[in-house]
Design a protein around this ligand. Structure first.
Ligand code: CA
Ligand code: CA
Length: 207
């Protein structure tokens, strides 16, 4: 019975490992420095994720906001990546010292974006914006793609300078998630193997 419970716990972990790793951000936390319209909910990031799909060779980007995105022409979302060569804290002056990047992916509310000088297509659905970026457009500057770190910030494109930055989520760089996560799966499957082996030995011992 105990072994069955452990097996179920391992299976639950396996299922959890297969899910995406969104980073949550509080509602209503726009920095005081933001010079745009603070009542526009599309600027307020509630969660974000950047996932590296090694098999497809792509980064999957997703932001979820407190309000509809397509209605706000000036809204855009920047995923800043540290590919290995980022230095400094460009937003320390507005109270966000933990964000650093050496590449930026810009996603606009009208379904277009850019990475470096290359145009991108993004997808806006209600309060969500998505994009798929080939790893070839974010070449390494020192890190392997699965250990790139990133942060997201929303901007009002009608404003220039750092007062256009509406919300940061996460407020400091985090590592990309990976799908599938080979090490995680290997460890969990090995764990399941041990649990199954123990159960077999116990049932043989009882017989
Ligand atoms: Ca927020
Ligand atoms: Ca925030």
């Amino acid at each position: 019975m105990k072994t069955t419970a452990t097996s179920l716990a391992v299976i639950a972990l396996l299922l959890a490992a297969g899910q995406a790793h969104a980073v949550s951000d509080p509602a209503g936390d726009l920095p005081a420095s933001f010079a745009g319209d603070r009542t526009v909910a599309a600027f307020d990031i509630l969660s974000a994720e950047a996932t590296f799909d090694a098999e497809a060779g792509t980064f999957l980007l997703h932001a979820h906001t407190a309000g509809p995105i397509a209605d706000i022409a000036a809204a855009a979302y920047v995923f800043g990546f540290d590919r290995g060569a980022a230095t400094g804290s460009p937003f320390a002056g507005i109270g966000v010292p933990g964000v650093t990047f050496d590449a930026a992916v810009l996603l606009r509310s009208n379904g277009t974006g850019t990475v470096g000088g290359t145009p991108l297509v993004d997808r806006v659905e209600g309060n969500d914006i998505f994009a798929t970026v080939p790893v070839s457009l974010l070449p390494s500057t020192g890190f392997a793609p699965e250990i790139f770190t990133w942060a997201l910030w929303s901007i009002d494109t009608s404003i220039t300078g750092n007062t256009r930055n509406a919300d940061f989520g996460p407020d400091a760089n985090v590592r990309v998630a990976a799908v599938p996560e080979p090490q995680t799966w290997a460890v969990l499957l090995a764990g399941l193997g041990i649990v199954t082996g123990v159960a077999r030995r116990r049932s043989r011992a009882r017989a």
